[in-house]
Design a protein around this ligand. Structure first.
Ligand code: SF4
Length: 327
């Protein structure tokens, strides 16, 4: 769990934050049932055909094009993924942006784990041997100190053990991540965000989603990522997940930058509206071409590309702009 950013969020919003009403909740959403019904109605779909989380996170589109490309096209989310990163953690580096992003993810994950181990001792800072990237170390120690002051001055009652990691089970299958339970006997989202937290001392208990990104994606894309994870986490934990925190390196002056995000109703609905779009794609594709029964079947064997849609305002930030070529 991203304890330091959780602490940052507490500093900024706890006590003042009243979550707005949300209708679409993962724990009461019928869309998971729609996915199950879809499978039942289309028994010829290969057993390992999982619905990737990317389908929920695909974002706004005039038709099923984003869902289609999410399932059939391997396009990196960063159009400049192979471009040189130039520098990382304030030092020159010769990695691509994609590889630098993975180094960033690993560094943040490791720092989170070290901080989780420190939590009973809020007054003891992390050491450079634990977090070797100086800028990351400084960031985490600032958050740790803030958390220590809050506990000291009684801004909230907090058992630091409650901040420890409690990971969502990760059951990623070789064929792709599933966005819904694959069977009633294996409940739980098969994908996980970079971290999550649950404030058990809040009434009612509530949770949040953490994402570490070297460079933040466009805002609408990031909102879709948080919303999809929130829906899955709500389904799994049966509590509200209204808040997200990102930790990125694009802050002012090239420092780690933690930012809060409210996970809104509209973004949840965009995620969920992609499930009926997927159903339509499957039904129309099967009707048009039939399902070839052979080994190694892929989504693009089952689906037909939707008509080239009209361009809308979110198209310029869509990673599928090039293969889609909207009118
Ligand atoms: S470019 Fe526009 S129309 Fe095409 S998939 Fe992306 S959002 Fe949809």
């Amino acid at each position: 769990m991203p304890t330091s950013t959780w602490a940052g969020f507490l500093l900024g919003s706890r006590g003042d934050y009243v979550p707005p009403g949300r209708v679409a909740r993962g724990y009461e959403e019928e869309s998971w049932g729609q996915l199950t019904a879809l499978r039942a109605a289309l028994p010829d779909l290969p057993a390992l055909f999982e619905v990737p989380i990317g389908v929920l996170q695909a974002g706004e589109c005039p038709n099923g094009s984003r869902v289609y490309f999410e399932l059939t096209t391997n396009v990196p989310s960063d159009a400049n993924a192979r471009a040189p990163q130039g520098s990382l953690f304030g030092e020159p580096c010769n990695l691509t942006r994609q590889d630098a992003g993975m180094v960033w993810d690993r560094a943040v994950k490791s720092a989170n784990q070290h901080l989780n181990r420190h939590l009973p001792n809020l007054a003891v800072p992390l050491m450079i041997a634990e977090v070797p990237q100086q800028a990351l170390l400084d960031h985490y120690n600032r958050q740790l100190a803030a958390l220590g002051s809050m506990a000291k001055f009684g801004r909230f009652s907090l058992d630091s053990y409650e901040l420890k990691e409690s990971p969502i089970p990760r059951r990623r299958r070789p064929s792709g991540a599933s966005a819904a339970p694959s069977s009633p006997t294996t409940p739980g989202p098969n994908v996980a965000p970079d971290g999550h937290w649950i404030a058990f001392d809040a009434v009612p208990a509530s949770g949040g989603i953490f994402e570490a990104k070297l460079t933040l994606p466009p805002d609408n894309v990031l909102r879709g990522i948080f919303a999809a994870y929130a829906l899955l986490a709500e389904w799994y934990f049966e509590i509200d997940f209204d808040l997200g925190v990102s930790l990125s390196w694009n802050g002012t002056g090239g420092r780690p930058h933690a930012a809060p995000h409210l996970i809104g109703q509209a973004d949840r609905q965009h995620c969920l509206s992609n499930i009926p779009l997927l159903r339509t794609l499957i039904v129309q594709g099967r009707r048009a071409s039939g399902l070839r029964r052979r080994g190694g079947i892929q989504w693009h064997d089952v689906l037909d590309q939707p008509e080239r849609p009209l361009r809308l305002s979110t198209c310029p930030t869509c990673k599928f702009f090039s293969p889609c070529n909207p009118r």
